[in-house]
Design a protein around this ligand. Structure first.
Ligand code: NCD
Length: 327
C-alpha cells in the first residue's frame, strides 16, 4: 500500500506539479511542507511502480543525462543518484575525486561545471567548500543538486531522512527527535534540523562541547519556536526519544588529530542501550558508521539505517524527475 505522505502530513500540494523544473537544489530552505510532501508523494509513486513493473519507469528520464561530480568521498549519495537515474531510464557520467579530473591539472570548479553542462542535463556536485554548490549553480543554465558542500548542507539527505522518519513512525508531528554526535561538522544534521523546524516536533541535540550545533542553526531553531534542548549525556534522553539520529565524528574536518581524539568514541549505541529505549523508537544514521553503533545493532528491528539508505534511491528518483521537468 502506497503511503500518502501529503495526506498523512495533512498538507495540500496544489500546483506543485513541475514546480522544481529547471531549478537547482542547493539548500533545504527551498522545501516548504507542501514541496516536501509533494516530493514524498512522487517518491512513493515510483516505489510502487518499481516494485510492480519497473520497466514502466524507464520512459520517465529516457535520453536524459546526469553528471555525478564527487570531489569528496561518497558511497551512498553517488550510488543512489546513479541508481535513481538508471531506474528512470537515464544515463550517468561519473567523476570521482579531483585526481581523475582536470581539477588535478589546476582547472577550477566553475570551468569544470561549465564543461559538464555542455554534455548533460543536470549535475550532482559534492565538494569540500561550504557554498560551492550555490556558487556553481549560479553560473549554470541546467539544474545542479548539492550532494554535500563541506560542513554546509546536504539537502537531499535531509529529505530522505524526513521521509524515513515518516515511513517508520507514520507521522512527524508530535515526535521527539534526538540528534547525536558531531553536530558542528556534520552537514546532514544541519539540513535535517532546518527541515524539521516546519513541523510540530521536539529536538534534542546531544554532543560534546567542541562539537555542538553551530550558533547559526541554533538561532534558526529559536526563531522557529520548536522546543529544543542541548545535552552531553545521551542517557538523559534514552527513554523519551522517538527517533535517534546518530552521526559519525567527521575526522577529516578536524584541525588536528588531538582534537579528534578528544571527541571520538564518546557516544556508542549498543544492544544494552537499545534495550532501554521506547519499544517503538527508531535508530537512524546517514552512514558511514564507524564504531558509534555496535555492529550487532544492525539486525535490531528498530535499527532503520539500511531502510533509510533504500529510501534515498526513491527520493533521488523523485528529485531528478522534478528538476528535469518530468514530475
Ligand atoms: C554523510 C555525508 O557525506 O555528509 N553521508 C551521506 O551522504 N549519507 C555523512 C558523513 O559523511 O558522515
Amino acid at each position: 500500500m502506497v503511503l500518502q505522505a501529503s495526506a498523512l502530513l495533512n498538507v495540500a500540494t496544489p500546483e506543485r506539479n513541475k514546480w522544481l523544473k529547471g531549478k537547482s537544489i542547493v539548500a533545504i530552505s527551498q522545501f516548504d511542507p507542501s514541496g516536501t510532501a509533494y516530493t514524498f508523494d512522487v517518491a512513493e509513486e515510483y516505489r510502487e511502480i518499481f516494485a510492480d513493473n519497473r520497466r514502466r519507469l524507464k520512459e520517465i528520464l529516457f535520453a536524459f543525462q546526469l553528471a555525478n561530480l564527487f570531489f569528496e568521498p561518497s558511497t551512498r549519495t553517488s550510488s543512489s543518484f546513479a541508481s535513481a537515474m538508471f531506474a528512470l531510464g537515464g544515463d550517468v557520467i561519473s567523476i570521482n575525486g579531483v585526481t581523475y579530473s582536470s581539477m588535478e591539472k589546476g582547472e577550477d570548479l566553475i570551468h569544470t561545471v561549465l564543461t559538464e553542462q555542455e554534455y548533460v542535463d543536470a549535475i550532482v556536485l559534492r565538494h569540500k567548500d561550504v557554498g560551492s554548490a550555490a556558487k556553481a549553480a549560479g553560473r549554470l543554465g541546467i539544474p545542479l543538486i548539492n550532494g554535500g558542500d563541506g560542513e554546509g548542507e546536504h539537502p537531499t539527505q535531509a529529505l530522505l531522512d524526513l521521509y524515513t522518519i515518516l515511513r517508520e513512525q507514520k507521522r512527524i508531528n508530535g515526535l521527539t527527535i534526538t540528534l547525536i554526535g558531531d553536530l558542528k561538522r556534520g552537514r546532514t544534521v544541519h539540513s535535517l534540523t532546518e527541515l524539521l523546524l516546519s513541523y510540530d516536533v521536539r529536538l534534542n541535540f546531544v554532543a560534546p562541547e567542541v562539537s555542538r550545533m553551530p550558533v547559526h542553526i541554533i538561532e534558526k531553531v529559536k526563531a522557529s519556536g520548536v522546543p529544543y534542548q542541548e545535552y552531553t549525556d545521551l542517557h538523559e534522553v534514552q527513554k523519551t526519544t522517538d527517533v535517534f539520529y546518530m552521526t559519525r565524528v567527521q575526522k577529516e574536518r578536524f584541525d588536528s588529530e588531538e582534537e579528534y581524539n578528544k571527541v571520538k568514541g564518546l557516544y556508542r549505541i549498543d544492544m544494552a542501550f537499545m534495550a532501554g529505549i521506547k519499544s517503538d523508537a527508531k535508530l537512524m544514521h546517514p552512514l558511514p558508521c564507524l564504531d558509534e553503533i555496535a555492529r550487532e545493532v544492525d539486525v535490531h528491528p528498530n535499527a532503520a539505517y539500511f531502510r533509510q539508505v533504500g529510501n534515498g534511491k526513491f527520493i533521488r528518483m523523485a528529485l531528478l524527475a522534478m528538476v528535469l521537468g518530468q514530475a
